[in-house]
Design a protein around this ligand. Sequence first.
Ligand SMILES: Cc1cc2nc3c(=O)[nH]c(=O)nc-3n(C[C@H](O)[C@H](O)[C@H](O)COP(=O)(O)O)c2cc1C
Length: 380
Amino acid sequence: MSALPQPDAMAVATPLVINGMRVKNRFVRSATGEGMANVDGSVSDRLEACLKALAVGEVGLVISSHAYVEKRGQARAGQLGVHTPDMEAGIARLARAVHAYGGRFVVQLAHAGSRADSTVTGEPALGPSAPVTPDAPQCRAMVADDLARIEAAFGAAAARCRDAGADGVQIHAAHGYGLSQFLSPRTNQRTGAYGGSLANRARLLLEVLGAIRGRIGRDFPVLAKINCDDFIEGGFTAAESLQVVSWLETAGLDGVELSGGVFESGQRTFSRLGRLAIPEGEAWYRENARAVKAAGVTMPLILVGGIRSLGTCEDLVASGDADLVALSRPFIREPGLVARWLAGDTAPAACVNDNLCFAPARSGQGIYCVTEARKAQRTE
Ligand SMILES: Cc1cc2nc3c(=O)[nH]c(=O)nc-3n(C[C@H](O)[C@H](O)[C@H](O)COP(=O)(O)O)c2cc1C
């Protein structure tokens, strides 16, 4: 990689417009479950402060955590909800907090499917089909009424976000949650219109996009996050992902974020542990991004997964392999990372990929960098 240009001459520092949404630079906070929402899913002061810090830190596009579109799709306690009209006020707070510092704010709309936590939802989880192995999450197979209700819930949630002043929404179809479960033949063993062929497995996702467009029209940015590969035997493959991304573009999606892996995939995903080699160990799904571009997809592509240095961010955007670069864990430790980089301190992200941040996110305690906190304690 050659020497970096001055910040103001960097491709990654240039603005990009996505269906009318002007993002001031190419840095994205990938959706990250903070576990900071109130018990009813509404926005807490802490959650607002967390997203504000990212906008203060010059992140151009801040994507919320996965937000459940119906209670039965809630993955865990402390998760943001966008399932009822009274969630709108909180979304408006988040939008204002990000806008105040020139950032754009997109809400990630989600349904956890069989990964819903019935201890918080109070109801059995719903999946594409009954569990195939004894260790898979227990769930009941969705029936036609469930599918129709969930599609409508995505549409209503998108309308709420727009009315609250968010700049766009992102459909969560990655990582083995609800819509990703439908895409995978491993977890979707349905027969009939929503199982079997790729077109059938992608039907719910495409209908969700249609339901959202039906509620909010063509002029509001709708993105999707999707696996470029499940990296697991019998899962959603790279070739299938390419096809679905292309269908989504034809169906009116405005931008795609490529991620990878499901809960059980192991090393090709964010379950890999340990500090990443810079730049060789970075940008895990770059080849898949290139394949998407080579397949003729023209909507903006956001790449996430193991991106840790400014040099790699710049190289991804300048080469055209990605239009925007998304990070998650580095921003937990350093919400001001982008501002630091753009001010000329180009040391890579301090994140060491130990994944200790997952525990406070999942327990409802609220994410923070456990390693950083321990370090601070030792030096006190
Ligand atoms: C604590 C935590 C929570 C996450 N929550 C979400 C989420 O709500 N939605 C989502 O699409 N991805 C979620 N992710 C995945 C990240 O967005 C990202 O795809 C992944 O961590 C790889 O990027 P990174 O290497 O920059 O961390 C989460 C990751 C972490 C560490």
